[in-house]
Design a protein around this ligand. Structure first.
Ligand SMILES: NC(=O)c1ccc[n+]([C@@H]2O[C@H](COP(=O)([O-])OP(=O)(O)OC[C@H]3O[C@@H](n4cnc5c(N)ncnc54)[C@H](OP(=O)(O)O)[C@@H]3O)[C@@H](O)[C@H]2O)c1
Length: 328
C-alpha cells in the first residue's frame, strides 16, 4: 500500500491555497498541519481545507514530529530562514520560488539539506508541465533542428502598492524574482547556462525593479532575450526559434497552456491543456515519489538546477543593479 505523507503548510497565503487545492487531488496526501504567524489565520485556513492541526508560529509547525513534508510559501526574502528552520527539524522541504534572495543563501540551504540527508526541492512548476515536456520532446526529436534563439516574457499590470511583496524590497520585491524567473527558467532549461549576461532594469520609488530586459549569449552564437514587468500586459510566453521552424508556448494566469509548432512548409500543430489543480500536484507527487524511493533530491528539479538558476539570477541582478540591502 502507498505510504501517506503528512503535509504541513508554512505561510497560508494565496499560493498556499492554490497548492492545497492541488494536494487535495492526491490519495497519498494527508492534509495535516498549518503554521501561520497568526493562530487565527492558521485555524481559518485549516478549517477551510480540512487540516487537522493549526499552529500560531512556524516554529511549532516545524517541531511537530508527525509532519513529513513542509511546503514553504512565505515571501521570497524568508525562504532561507524558513527552509533552514524546517531542515534543522528534519522535515522534507518543498520551497517556493524564488528559492532564496541570492545564491549564497541557496548554497547554505543545499549544504544543510545535504549534511542532514533531508529532502529539499524548489517548487518549480514548468518542468512538470505537459506543454514543457512536449516542447522538449519535439526539440530532442530533431525535426526543428538547432534552437537558435529563445525569446521569453512574463508580464502583467500590477498596481503600485509600496507595501505589497511585489514592490517591497524587504519582502524580495521586483519582477525578476517573482515572474521574470520563469523566462530565466525557460532559457536555462532549453538552452543551458549562458556565457554572457546583460540586463537593464527600471525601478520604482521603493527601489524595487519593476521591468527588466535581459540578453543571454552563448559561446556558439545562440542568444536568448527575456523580459518581465509589472507595468505591461505582455502576458506569459516563450518563442523558440529553430533552424527548421518555430515553437511557441503560452500560458494564462489560470495555468492553461498552449503550444504551437510551426515547422517550415508544414501545417501548424496546436496543443492545449488546462491541468487539474493548475498543475501544482505534479510537484507534490514528485516529492512523495522521491521520498518513497529514499532520495534526498529530485532528478526533475535537481538542486544543481536551482544552483544554476540562483547564480544566473545573481548575474542578472549585478548587470541591472538590483540590490536587496544587507542581503548580497
Ligand atoms: N509557483 C507559483 O506559481 C507561484 C505563484 C504565486 C506565488 N508564488 C510564490 O509563493 C510565495 C508566496 O506568494 P503569495 O502570493 O502566496 O504571497 P501572499 O499571499 O502574500 O502570502 C505570503 C504569506 O507569507 C506569510 N508571511 C510571513 N512573513 C510575512 C511578511 N513579513 N509579510 C507578508 N507575509 C508574510 C503570510 O502568512 P502568515 O502571516 O499567515 O504566516 C502570508 O500570507 C512567493 O515566494 C511567491 O514567489 C509561487
Amino acid at each position: 500500500m502507498k505510504k501517506k505523507y503528512k503535509w504541513g503548510i508554512l505561510a497560508p497565503g494565496k499560493m498556499s491555497a492554490k497548492f492545497t487545492r492541488a494536494l487535495e487531488l492526491l490519495d497519498n496526501v494527508e492534509l495535516y498541519a498549518v503554521g501561520s504567524r497568526d493562530l487565527q489565520r492558521a485555524k481559518e485556513f485549516a478549517e477551510e481545507f480540512g487540516f487537522q492541526k493549526a499552529y500560531g508560529s512556524y516554529e511549532e509547525l516545524a517541531a511537530d514530529n508527525e509532519v513529513d513534508i513542509i511546503y514553504i510559501a512565505s515571501p521570497h526574502s524568508f525562504h532561507y530562514e524558513h527552509t533552514m528552520l524546517c531542515l534543522r527539524n528534519n522535515k522534507a522541504v518543498l520551497c517556493e520560488k524564488a528559492f532564496a534572495l541570492n545564491s549564497r543563501e541557496a548554497e547554505e540551504m543545499i549544504k544543510e539539506a545535504t549534511a542532514k540527508k533531508v529532502f529539499l526541492m524548489e517548487a518549480l512548476w514548468p518542468p512538470f508541465q505537459p506543454i514543457y515536456l512536449k516542447t522538449k520532446e519535439i526539440l530532442t526529436g530533431g525535426a526543428p533542428g538547432k534552437l537558435l534563439h529563445l525569446d521569453a516574457r512574463f508580464a502583467f499590470q500590477a498596481p503600485f502598492i509600496p507595501a505589497d511583496r511585489k514592490y517591497n524590497l524587504s519582502l524580495g520585491g521586483g519582477s525578476l524574482l517573482d515572474i521574470g524567473i520563469y523566462s530565466v527558467i525557460d532559457a536555462l532549461y532549453f538552452m543551458g547556462v549562458p556565457s554572457d549576461v546583460t540586463a537593464k532594469a527600471q525601478f520604482t520609488e521603493t527601489g524595487s525593479e519593476v521591468s527588466i530586459s535581459i540578453i543571454f549569449s552563448y559561446k556558439d552564437g545562440r542568444m536568448a532575450t527575456l523580459y518581465s514587468s509589472f507595468r505591461t500586459a505582455a502576458g506569459i510566453g516563450c518563442d523558440l526559434l529553430c533552424e527548421n521552424g518555430n515553437l511557441y508556448f503560452t500560458r494564462e494566469r489560470d495555468m492553461s497552456q498552449r503550444l504551437t509548432v510551426a515547422m517550415n512548409g508544414a501545417e501548424k500543430q496546436e496543443y492545449s491543456l488546462l491541468p487539474d489543480g493548475m498543475g501544482y500536484q505534479f510537484e507534490a507527487m514528485e516529492v512523495m515519489k522521491c521520498l518513497d524511493e529514499g532520495k534526498i533530491q529530485s532528478e526533475i528539479v535537481p538542486l544543481s538546477f536551482t544552483r544554476d538558476l540562483m547564480k544566473t539570477l545573481d548575474r542578472i541582478r549585478a548587470a541591472a543593479g538590483i540590490v536587496y540591502p544587507g542581503r548580497d
